[in-house]
Design a protein around this ligand. Structure first.
Ligand code: IPM
Ligand code: MG
Length: 370
């Protein structure tokens, strides 16, 4: 790849603080490894609303479409609670996902050994956990029409969201899950609510057919999504890859995140389909956590999910597998050393701030790269 164009969208709350730690890594990779990253910046969420009255401007959308990858921080906060629904901070993220056609959201939940004690579950339940949630990201109830509140004229209103899935959407997301399972423990669990929802019946059918037609070598299980949530907290290590729709994936990935000790640990990659000619795909990388307005600007936010999202970017957008491995090893090593932000602090560990964790990761990464 000739150039490596990154668009940085730090967003709101702790987004900019977390992104600053990734910017240090980009600078080091350019200086030490000649990585050749070119970065541009843009506004998204509340910060974009304040500047342009939109959750993302047309100019920044154009930059996102032209970039090889987008790094996204977080959006939202109470400051923007009063803004109209159409331009609320989250609308910027949803537009990026939709317009870039990022249908496959990969959310790995890995419990670093050093953090097993930070989980609200018993250490033996989460220690060594390594699961991957594959969430459908451009369909379902997030985008289905009609989506509205109508006035019934009798003093009542009706709120409507529409859960809708077509065959091709289920085929392509389950294909991504099966392909990834082959590189892991070869086991996919599909979650839906076929006992209540028509879209769940179709989901189940299409996943089963896709499996039979192309991926019969992969072990496939089906689970109702509510039972899946229960099993995730009962014995999460039974799972390898979980494939599920947009809304269930949103909920189940928050549950999975907490298994790993903190929401501040979970990265994600949102990928489009590979281009027929070049094979490259649109991509956006973001931490699963939100903007955490309560701790924003205090220098105590955990930047690890953001840094680990950048590691996913190296791996999936630029084929920099060795560098991604080294970055993940560096994160693990820093945790082994006992450095912790407040969200993952446990007895006997050292509390440090955002920049100290970031600096330690950069230092480790450089040492591993030497
Ligand atoms: C996520 C978030 C988003 C979602 C919000 C911010 C719109 O919760 O990425 O999980 O619901 O998808
Ligand atoms: Mg969510």
């Amino acid at each position: 790849m000739a150039s490596k164009k990154l668009l940085l969208l730090p967003g709101d709350g702790i987004g900019p603080e977390a992104m600053a730690e990734v910017e240090k890594l980009i600078a080091v990779m350019n200086a030490d490894l000649g990585a050749g990253f070119e970065t541009e910046r843009g506004l998204v969420g509340g910060s974009a609303y304040d500047a342009h009255g939109q959750a993302i401007s047309e100019a920044d959308m154009a930059k996102a479409l032209a970039a090889d990858a987008v790094l996204f921080g977080a959006v939202g906060g109470p400051k923007w609670d009063p803004v109209p629904y159409e331009v609320r901070p989250e609308a910027g993220l949803l537009r990026l996902r939709k317009d870039l056609a990022l249908f496959a959201n990969l959310r790995p939940a890995i419990c670093y050994p050093a953090l097993a004690a930070s989980s609200s579950l018993k250490p033996e339940v989460v220690e060594g956990l390594d699961i991957l949630i594959v969430r459908e990201l451009t369909g379902g109830v997030y985008f289905g029409e009609p989506k509205e509140i109508i006035d019934l004229g009798n003093g009542q209103k009706r709120g409507i969201d529409t859960q809708v899935y077509d065959t091709f959407e289920i085929e392509r997301i389950s294909g991504v899950a099966f392909e990834l399972a082959r590189t892991r423990k070869n086991h996919v669990t599909s979650m839906e609510k076929r006992n209540v929802m028509k879209s769940g019946v179709l989901w189940n059918e299409v996943v089963t057919q896709t499996h039979k037609a192309k991926y019969a070598d992969v072990k496939l299980d089906h689970m109702l999504a509510d039972a899946g949530g229960m099993q995730l907290v009962r014995w999460p290590k039974q799972f390898d890859v979980i494939v599920t729709d947009n809304l269930f994936g949103d909920m189940l990935s928050d549950v999975a995140a907490m298994l790993t000790g903190s929401l501040g640990m979970l990265p994600s990659a949102s990928l489009g389909a590979p281009d027929a000619k070049t094979g490259s795909r649109k991509a956006l990388y973001e931490p699963v956590h939100g903007s955490a307005p309560d701790i924003a600007g205090k220098g105590i936010a955990n930047p690890i999910a953001m840094i680990a999202s950048f590691a996913m970017c190296l791996r999936y957008s630029f084929g920099m597998v060795a560098e991604a491995d080294r970055l993940e090893t560096a994160i693990s090593a820093v945790l082994d050393e006992g450095l912790r932000t407040r969200d993952i602090l446990s007895e006997g560990k050292t509390e440090v701030g955002t920049t100290a964790i970031g600096d330690a990761v950069v230092e480790r990464f450089r040492a591993l790269s030497a």
